[in-house]
Design a binder for this molecule. Structure first.
Ligand code: SPQ
Length: 429
C-alpha cells in the first residue's frame, strides 16, 4: 500500500483541466452495450479501476469488448447473449458494478457468483437481493443475502411495483434492468430523485422508459439497439478542483467537459449558495447528457445547511464539501445523509476523523456532520482508508496545510481518477 508525500502550502492554482469520463455513465455504457444488439462504440470511457472491473465481468459473461485509448467497441447480443461464467465475477471495489449486475443476472437462466474486495464485503446488498428475490430470481449471500459473496440463479421475472425505501440510483437501476426482462410492466417509486443515467441510457439505446414525478415505469421484453456513447466528464471528479479553486488564494481554474446532468449538480447549487465565484460556460444541452465548462475562482465563502432532496444530487461530493466548509465563515450543517455510512467507507466517520487530524473543527452527527469554519489546517499523516473520494479530498486539504502531509493508501484514487495527481500538479504554481 502506497504512502505519498502530498504537496502542501501552495501559492495558487491556475490553468485548465479536461475532466475524465464519468464513472457512473462509463459503467452503464459497458452494461447497455452488452445487453443491446449490435456494435456499440464508446468514447471518453473512464479507465478507472471500478469501470475496468465492469468490463472484466462482462467479458466473463461472454461479451466481446475491445478497449484502447479510452474507447470501447462492444459487441452485444441482447440479454440472451450473456452466458454462464466459468468462474466468479469479481467487482473489485465497485458498488455500482455489483448492484446493477444483480439486476441483469436476476433475469438470466444460469448460475453466477459475485465477489468483491473487503470494502464491498461490508456494503449492504439486501436492498437489491430482497426485491429481486420477490420478482422470482434466486439470490443468496452471507447473512441471508445481505453481503458478498452473492450467488444468483436467474430466470423468468414477474413484473413488480416497488417503493424504494432509500434514495439510491444503484437500487433503482438494478430494478430497472430486471424490469427490462420481466413479463410485463413494472413501476418503481423513488423517495427522492437520484441520478438518472440508466433512464437516459435506455432511451439512447432505443428503449422506452417513462418518469412521472418520482414514478418510473418500464416494460419488459424490450430489445435495445447498439448505440454510440460519448461519456461526459465526471462532475464528481471535477468537484475536487472546484473546491480547490475556491479555497486556495489567487486561483482560477477552467474545468472542461463536465457532465451537468441536473441529478448530479447539487455541488454547484451548494457552492453558489456558499458564495463561490463559479460560472458555467459553453453549456451543451443537445447530447443525451448535458455538459459544459466551469470556471472557478478564489471565493469568500459562508457556511450553509445541506439537507433534504438535494442530498442524492451530491452524495459523493459530501467529503469535499466538508473540506470546503472548513474554509467558510460560520457553521455548515450536513443532514439527511445517513447513506454516507454505507459507501466505500463510513464517510461520516472517515471525513471527520481525517479532517480533525489536520486541524479542522468538525463533528459527526447521526445523519451527517457539523463543520465550524474557518479553520487553519496544519498537517500530519492521514489515510484514504481505501476510499478514493477520501484520498482525493485529503490531497486537496493538504494544499492548505502549513506542515507536511503524508497520505496512506493513496492507490485507492485510481478507482475513479487515475490521472488525478497529474491534473492537480499541472495547476500548481
Ligand atoms: O460504485 P460505488 O462504489 O458505489 O461508488 C460511489 C462513489 O463514491 O463513486 C459510492 F460510493 O458512487 C455511487 C453513488 O454514491 C455511484 C452511483 C451510480 O453510479 O449509480 C450511485 C450512488 O450510489 P447510491 O447507492 O446512492 O445509488
Amino acid at each position: 500500500m502506497a504512502t505519498l508525500k502530498l504537496k502542501t502550502n501552495i501559492n495558487c492554482l491556475f490553468g485548465e483541466v479536461t475532466i475524465p469520463g464519468d464513472k457512473s455513465i462509463s459503467h452503464r455504457s459497458v452494461m447497455f452495450g452488452s445487453i443491446a444488439y449490435g456494435e456499440t462504440k464508446v468514447t471518453n470511457f473512464l479507465p478507472g479501476d471500478d469501470c475496468l472491473s465492469t468490463i472484466s465481468c462482462f467479458r466473463k459473461l461472454g461479451v466481446t469488448i475491445e478497449e484502447s485509448d479510452n474507447q470501447l467497441r462492444i459487441i452485444g447480443n441482447g440479454f440472451e447473449g450473456l452466458t454462464e461464467p466459468d468462474g466468479v465475477l469479481d467487482v473489485g471495489n465497485s458498488g455500482t458494478t455489483i448492484r446493477l449486475l444483480m439486476g441483469i443476472l436476476a433475469g438470466r437462466p444460469f448460475f453466477s457468483t459475485l465477489v468483491g474486495d473487503e470494502s464491498i464485503g461490508k456494503r449492504p446488498m439486501t436492498r437489491v437481493t430482497g426485491p429481486l428475490t420477490r420478482m422470482g430470481a434466486w439470490l443468496d449471500g452471507r447473512k441471508n443475502g445481505a453481503f458478498t459473496p452473492i450467488s444468483i440463479r436467474g430466470g423468468q421475472l414477474n413484473p413488480f411495483h416497488y417503493e424504494l425505501p432509500v434514495a439510491s440510483a444503484q437500487v433503482k437501476s438494478a430494478l430497472i434492468l430486471a424490469g427490462l426482462q420481466a413479463a410485463g410492466e413494472s413501476t418503481i417509486i423513488e423517495p427522492a430523485e437520484t441520478r438518472d443515467h440508466t433512464e437516459r441510457m435506455i432511451q439512447q439505446f432505443g428503449g422506452e422508459i417513462t418518469k412521472n414525478n418520482k414514478v418510473i415505469t418500464v416494460k419488459g421484453g424490450q430489445k435495445l439497439t447498439a448505440s454510440t456513447i460519448h461519456v461526459p466528464g465526471d462532475i464528481s471528479s471535477a468537484a475536487f478542483f472546484l473546491v480547490a479553486g475556491a479555497v486556495i488564494p489567487r486561483s482560477e481554474i477552467v474545468l472542461k467537459n463536465v457532465g451537468l446532468n441536473p441529478t448530479r449538480t447539487g455541488i454547484i447549487e451548494v457552492m453558489k449558495k456558499m458564495g463561490a465565484d463559479l460560472e458555467i460556460v459553453q453549456k451543451d444541452d443537445n447530447s443525451f447528457e448535458p455538459t459544459g465548462d466551469l470556471i472557478i475562482k478564489t471565493s469568500n465563502l459562508k457556511g450553509t445547511v445541506v439537507e433534504g432532496d438535494i442530498i442524492p444530487k451530491l452524495i459523493d461530493e459530501i467529503p469535499i464539501i466538508a473540506l470546503l466548509a472548513t474554509q467558510a465563515e460560520g457553521i455548515t450543517v450536513i443532514k439527511d445523509a445517513e447513506e454516507l455510512k454505507v459507501k466505500e467507507t463510513n464517510r461520516i466517520d472517515t471525513v471527520v476523523y481525517e479532517l480533525r487530524k489536520l486541524g479542522a473543527s468538525i463533528e459527526a452527527t447521526n445523519d451527517g456532520m457539523i463543520i465550524y469554519g474557518k479553520s487553519n489546517l496544519n498537517g500530519g499523516r492521514v489515510s484514504s482508508h481505501g476510499d478514493h473520494r477520501i484520498g482525493m479530498m485529503l490531497s486537496i486539504a493538504a494544499l492548505l496545510c502549513i506542515n507536511n502531509v503524508e497520505l496512506e493508501q493513496s492507490e485507492a484514487i485510481s478507482v475513479s481518477y487515475p490521472n488525478f495527481f497529474a491534473h492537480l500538479n499541472s495547476l500548481i504554481h
